[in-house]
Every structure is written in structure tokens, then in C-alpha cells.
Design a protein around this ligand. Structure first.
Ligand code: ADP
Ligand code: MG
Length: 349
């Protein structure tokens, strides 16, 4: 029986290398059977955190529980192989000199019926009949699935995936991550997926923990993280922002583009008003809309980016669906759709 019904709880994790503080009190709870993404910029300590969860590294302080059992903390350290935590590393996942089947067999915990077990795990990842292939004969996406089969074959309680799609081409990356998410969900695996790619985190995970400056800045469901970022820094990291200077009064933000309801509570006074690019629409002249002068347009296929200058001199970039190229110098109206986010203006200087 596969014991996947196990969560992770990591509390107060600190880790420094020499004089460099990497993790400064990370708290992360991963409910059993869910996929949690840890999202953060390159070098923010994502791999360090995974290595601590897996047991390849010890934290300077903090407690880690897996399936309710303390594996690090209060002087206890449970060895890597006794934690039943699978780690799919960032690079070089497969042994090139072994066949696909040989690679998957490395993960097996019991030597009984190896051929049958290998065939089973290759089936699970959608690669039946490829046991005799060599890794170099497979596409990047297929190689990732073999690495996943090997990790699952060890029947870990939890699976940690370290930027598993970073090395794939854009097209393969989307397919690869959708396939892998589906496999993990079908198997009911508890997984932590580390990535610097916000699209990947938002589209794959049940919840996303944002790791910034050594702590989890916010941990929320994808739509909440995108729609209600706790602060400006978080808003900037989980998607493109359009930022306007404004003033908030009684839950309404006033900017060069008009008055907009504010999504979450903010004190009255000067504010940085934040919207997502998809909330801006250009249109023909109409009442209650701001006019703007087009500076430049760039066509990207699915949409067109339009740079405009507002009457107050501020610049905006907006996205219009399809080929919406407009001659530079022309005037358009700009409308804000929906409510906005607002954060206190940072102190001047
Ligand atoms: P990420 O995976 O988010 O890119 P890492 O966890 O790999 O970040 O690294 C975080 C920081 O810790 C980096 O500045 C890195 O250089 C440093 N670091 C990681 N491992 C070690 C180590 N074994 N010795 C010294 N510094 C390390
Ligand atoms: Mg890393």
C-alpha cells in the first residue's frame, strides 16, 4: 500500500551559509494529497529548503514534521532514507548509461518482480513499453516523466520537485507540467514543487507559498495570491502590475484614470494603486474615460502591447487582444475594468 496520506509541516526554518543568511524563519504547511508550489526568485533559497525537507541538509533551527512525525528538530534528525521523501532534482535527473527501465528500477524499494513494477510505473507516467529505451532517445518531456516514474517507484510519502520543467523548451514545458500535475493528482501525492516561474506555480498548484528574503511572504490559493497580494512586492512578483499614483478615500482610489473601488482595505491617504494589465481597455471616446496619447505599439501575435501617456504625463503599458496596432500620436481612451489594489505609498526618499 502506498502511504501518500501524509502532509509536511516545517516551522521556523533557519539556514545560513558562512555569513549569508538564506532562510530566516520559513513556515510551510503542505496538507496531505495537495500540490504546493514554492515560488521565489533565483537564489532565494528554494533548493536549500527542499534539501532540508528531504534531509540532505540540516537547518540551523526549526522543526520539520512529515506525516506527523518529527524528522528534524529538538535534537532529532531522521536520516534521508528513513524519511520516505522523494526528491526530483533540478538537473541531471537520469543516469545516461542505464536504460529507462534501469533508471526506474533504481527507485524501487523491493527487488521482487522488478520488470512488472517498472512496467507499472512507466504506465503511470504514460510511457508504456519504453523500458528498453535509452534516456537520450527520449524527448526532454519524456525524460522528465521517467524521472518522475523513478521518484514515484520509491513510494515516497511526499515528493519534492526542484524546478522540474526549467530545462524544457517553452512548448514542452507547458505540456510537461500539465502531464506531471495530472499524474501527481491521480496518485494523490503530497508534493512540493519549487519554481521561479509564476505562471507555473499559479497554474499547477493548489496553493502557492511565495519565498522572499528568507521567509514565506504569503501562502495562499493561486487566485488569492494573484488577486489579493499582501503587499506591493508580492503583487509585483506574482504577475505584471500597472502602478499609478493615487489617493484613497473611503475605499475608493482616485488616479489619473478616474475613481476605482479598492478590493481590500487600505487606509485613507496617498497610495500606490495597482492593477493587472488585463484590467485596462482602450476604446473610442466615451463619458467617464481618460484619454491618452499612443507612444508606440508592439504586436505579439495573441495581443498587442500599447504604450500610452496620460494627461498627467504618466506612462502606461496596456495589452489589447489581437492585432490592435494604433498609429503613434493618436488619442485613445483608457478604461479600468473591475476593482483595484492599493498599498500605502512608500515613504519618500
Ligand atoms: P534557489 O534554489 O532559490 O535558486 P538556493 O537554495 O540554491 O536558491 O541558494 C540560495 C543561496 O544559498 C544562494 O546564494 C547560494 O549561493 C547559497 N548556497 C546554497 N547552497 C550553499 C552551500 N552549500 N554553501 C554555500 N552557499 C550555498
Ligand atoms: Mg534551486
Amino acid at each position: 500500500m502506498t502511504d501518500y496520506a501524509a502532509g509536511i509541516a516545517a516551522h521556523g526554518i533557519h539556514k545560513s551559509y558562512r555569513h549569508r543568511r538564506v532562510l530566516a524563519g520559513v513556515d510551510l504547511d503542505v496538507p496531505a494529497g495537495t500540490i504546493t508550489a514554492v515560488l521565489g526568485p533565483s537564489g532565494c533559497g528554494k533548493t536549500t529548503l527542499l534539501r532540508i525537507l528531504a534531509g540532505f541538509d540540516d537547518p540551523d533551527a526549526g522543526v520539520v514534521r512529515i506525516a506527523g512525525r518529527e524528522v528534524v528538530g529538538n535534537g532529532n534528525v531522521v536520516a534521508v532514507h528513513r524519511r520516505r521523501v522523494g526528491l526530483m532534482p533540478q538537473e541531471g535527473a537520469l543516469f545516461p548509461h542505464l536504460t529507462v527501465g534501469g533508471n526506474v528500477a533504481c527507485g524501487l524499494t523491493s527487488g521482487n518482480g522488478v520488470t512488472g513494477q517498472v512496467a507499472h510505473w512507466l504506465d503511470v507516467v504514460g510511457l508504456p513499453g519504453l523500458a528498453d529505451a535509452r534516456p537520450h532517445e527520449l524527448s526532454g518531456g519524456q525524460q522528465q516523466r521517467v524521472a518522475l516514474a523513478r521518484a514515484l517507484a520509491a513510494q515516497p510519502r511526499v515528493l519534492l520537485l526542484d524546478e522540474p520543467f526549467a530545462s524544457l523548451d517553452a512548448g514542452l514545458r507547458v505540456r510537461g507540467r500539465e502531464d506531471i500535475a495530472e499524474i501527481l493528482r491521480a496518485a494523490g501525492t503530497t508534493a512540493v514543487l519549487v519554481t521561479h516561474d509564476q505562471t507555473e506555480a499559479l497554474s499547477l498548484a493548489d496553493s502557492v507559498a511565495l519565498l522572499i528574503d528568507g521567509t514565506v511572504a504569503q501562502h495562499a490559493a493561486p487566485a488569492d495570491l494573484y488577486g489579493r497580494p499582501a503587499n506591493l512586492q508580492t503583487a509585483r512578483f506574482v504577475g505584471a502590475t500597472v502602478e499609478l499614483a493615487g489617493t484613497c478615500r473611503a475605499g475608493v482610489a482616485h488616479t489619473a484614470l478616474g475613481a476605482h473601488p479598492v478590493r481590500s482595505g487600505v487606509a485613507d491617504g496617498p497610495a500606490v494603486v495597482v492593477l493587472r494589465p488585463e484590467q485596462l481597455r482602450t476604446g473610442d471616446d466615451g463619458p467617464g474615460q481618460s484619454t491618452a496619447r499612443v507612444r508606440s505599439c508592439r504586436f505579439y501575435g495573441a495581443d498587442t502591447t500599447v504604450h500610452v501617456t496620460l494627461p498627467d504625463g504618466s506612462d502606461l503599458q496596456l495589452r489589447s487582444p489581437g492585432d490592435a496596432r494604433i498609429a503613434p500620436g493618436s488619442t485613445v481612451t483608457v478604461e479600468v475594468v473591475g476593482d483595484v489594489l492599493a498599498y500605502p505609498s512608500p515613504p519618500a526618499g
